[in-house]
Structure formats: C-alpha cells, structure tokens
Design a binder for this molecule. Sequence first.
Ligand SMILES: Cc1cc2nc3c(=O)[nH]c(=O)nc-3n(C[C@H](O)[C@H](O)[C@H](O)COP(=O)(O)OP(=O)(O)OC[C@H]3O[C@@H](n4cnc5c(N)ncnc54)[C@H](O)[C@@H]3O)c2cc1C
Length: 429
Amino acid sequence: MYDVLIVGGGAAGFYAAIHMVEANPNLKVAILERGKEVLTKVKVSGGGRCNVTHAEFVPSELSKNYPRGEKELLGPFHSYCSGDTVAFFESRGIALNIEEDGRMFPATNSSQTIIDCFVSETERLGIKVLKNSSVVKIEPRENNEEPSNYSWSVTSIHATYLAKKLVVATGSNPKIWDMLQNLGHTIVPPVPSLFTFNIKDERISGIPGVSTNARIQVIPSKVNTGKFKEALKKYGIHQSDLESEGPLLITHWGMSGPGILRLSAWGAQLLNDLNYKFRIRVNWLPEYYEEAVLSQLQEIKEIEAKKSVLRTKSFDLPKRLWISLVKAVGIADTVKWADMTKIQLQNLAQQLSSSEFLVDGKSTFKEEFVTAGGVDLKEINFKTYESKIHNDLYFAGEVINIDAITGGFNFQNAWTGGFMVAQAIAAKG
Ligand SMILES: Cc1cc2nc3c(=O)[nH]c(=O)nc-3n(C[C@H](O)[C@H](O)[C@H](O)COP(=O)(O)OP(=O)(O)OC[C@H]3O[C@@H](n4cnc5c(N)ncnc54)[C@H](O)[C@@H]3O)c2cc1C
C-alpha cells in the first residue's frame, strides 16, 4: 500500500517522485518499472550525452517548440521552466553547458551523471524503485471498498498494490494506452515524429554531406491535394506551420537537418495520413526575394560574361549544390554567362528559389524517435496534470499527446510535467 504509485521509471517518473517527496516527506512513494534498468532512454539520449533542456527561458518562446502541447504547456512553463531545470541540477552539483544552438548538456557530457543524480536522490528520499515490475492491470477501486482512501489497484507481473494516487509516466507504451482507453480516456493514435525525408532526385543524389540554410515548404503532390487539404483541417494545421527556415543537410537517402526535422514534427500526423508521399518546395536562397535572384543573375551575366556559369561563385551557396542546380536546368559545362538566354536565366532563378522535390517515405533521425500521440490533451487539467475523467490519476511525460522538435524540449516536457504532478499531489497531502 502506497500513498503514490508511479508507473514508469523514466525521466518524468523519477522527476515526479523526487519533487513529490521533497515537497512532502511524509508521502510513501514507489516507482514501478518494467525493465531491469531504470532511465534507459536518458542513458542513450543525446548520443549518450543527454540533451537535458534548451537555453530558452521565456515560457511563451519555449512553448513554440511543441507542435502538440504548445497551448497547454504555456501555463505549466510559467510554473516550471528550463531555468528551473538548470537550477535543480546545479543545486545537486551538476553544471549544464549551453551549446551554440541552445542545447544544454551536463558538463561531464555523460548521461550517466543525470542517472546517478536521480538514483541517489530516490535513495536519499526513501523512494522505492521496483524494477522488473511490468504493470499489467490498472483498476479504480470503489469508494466503499476497505481499506478506504486507496483509489487505485495496480497489478504488476509480481504483485498487486493499492495506491491513493496513481501517476502514469510510461512514455509511448501501447499497452498502457490500451489500459487508459479502457478506463475511458481518449488516446490520440501514435505516429512517429522527428524523421528525415526520403528523396530520390538527380539534383541531390551526388552531393551527400552538403549543408546550407534554406526555406522549406511542404506542399501536396499532384495526386493527393484533396487529402492534404482535408488533413490540414482535421489537425487544425495552417499551411504556414508546414514551412520552416534552417539548416538543410543533403544525405545519401534524401534530406535531413533542423529545417527538415521541424517540418517532420509539425506535419507528423498529416504526413502519416499522406503515407509520407508529398512534395517540398525548397528556396536555397531564403535571404533573397525571387525577383531579386533573377536581377542578380542578369547582373552577373553582364559582369562575368566570359566566365563559365558552372564555375562562377555567384551566391553564398555550397559549390557542389550550385553546380547541381545549374546542371538541373540544362546548362552545359561549356556555357558562358554571355550565352545565357532569358529563359535559362529565369529557369535558374526558379531552381534557386523554388526547387520542388518529391518525398517518398521517411527515415529515422539518429535513432532519436519521438512519438506524437497519447492521452488527449482535452482530458487533462494542466494546472495539476490530473485526469479529468478519474480523480487521483495523473500523467507526465510522453504518455500525454505532447511532443517537441529536437533540442532538449522533449525532456523539458517530462521535467515540467513531473514537477507539476509532484506539486499537485504534495499539496493535497
Ligand atoms: C535515442 C533517443 C534519444 C533521445 N534524446 C533526447 C535528448 O537528448 N533530449 C530530449 O529532450 N529528448 C530526447 N529523446 C526523447 C526523450 O527520451 C523522451 O521524450 C523522454 O524520455 C520521455 O520521458 P518519459 O518519462 O515520458 O518516458 P520514458 O523515458 O520512455 O520512460 C517511460 C518508462 O516507463 C516504463 N514502462 C513502460 N510501460 C511500463 C509498464 N507497463 N510497467 C512499468 N513500466 C513501464 C518504460 O520501461 C520506461 O522506463 C530521445 C529519444 C530517443 C529514443
């Protein structure tokens, strides 16, 4: 019998347990973890370095990184933001370093530092961690059942436990989602988020490794315009949500990089509906207006008349990409700027500012997969993270239909959710 049972020994579960007992040391708390180890995702996160959070300390800005959860997280971030995460770790002797792109890692560059901190904190606070305890049944108890005040009965493969309050922090686990559905919760169907685009196209097939800043737009392919529009409506997405500007990396199988990953997150459900067949429009020169590109090309034609088009460095673009785009509009190696026709200049301007590519399929990004989907946001009170369907049932982390782009934001969701649950439960005594 426990005051609080936490199902799931991951980031959100541990953070909730530690904060809960710190706020109210009288609480008897246990974590039930199905694996033989806890915090296994923390261990492998960030390539073994654990990208703990992001150096974005303004709640309204931080929340913009969550395609699902942006609105709901705003309030919780006002209570517990990335700065609080930094303070939590610093107060336990763990300094976090900020990288150029805002990602924050422990100064040790090892995720084990975070795991050691959590494990020693649970020991210090007397929190029981029950490993090899896969939960197979969750049942609400009747009010009149003895012993009273224990709202939940939770069965693992080993034993049945009673708990006054239950926290579900099981990440993306289909079996637990089924159990929650049986308890009356709506589960938004899970789909992958954070993936790279598979593209077979001559313009990029010979130049893997090339990286440049680009503006990218997801657009329907000719065969699924209707479905695309339907999906925009269904998920409440605006066309502008499917546009991003940032580094684009050409890979052996297509395109990756922050600009692409951002689109994969925002379009996760829509692109799944389209079976990952769609088009993207790439502006390789996002700092120019389309008309400005053409007039720049006309200027170069006059100044560099005698030079070969292929060999002129006209814009701040990787050389291999420039050659590829010039060849794509049918300009041969020998053509000089003086020979360029009006049509050729126009075609080149269009290729530079609006190349279209057909995407057919997706690939995993560095093993870092995140799932969009989970407990419907409408069924959670985000002041306490308590279920609106059952009293004394709480959620934290990826089990909820919240996910973010890459950069430390997914863990921040787990920390903030864990903290909010802890405060709500500790306050109730
Ligand atoms: C390879 C990889 C790298 C990543 N790197 C980063 C990163 O650097 N930064 C970042 O912000 N995000 C990263 N992410 C995402 C991040 O790991 C998750 O968003 C985060 O772990 C979610 O925390 P959680 O506690 O909700 O779920 P989890 O960490 O998945 O924890 C859930 C726990 O519940 C347990 N569980 C499930 N079912 C049961 C059951 N029936 N009974 C008992 N226990 C159960 C699981 O075994 C697990 O231990 C990465 C993800 C991956 C896959």
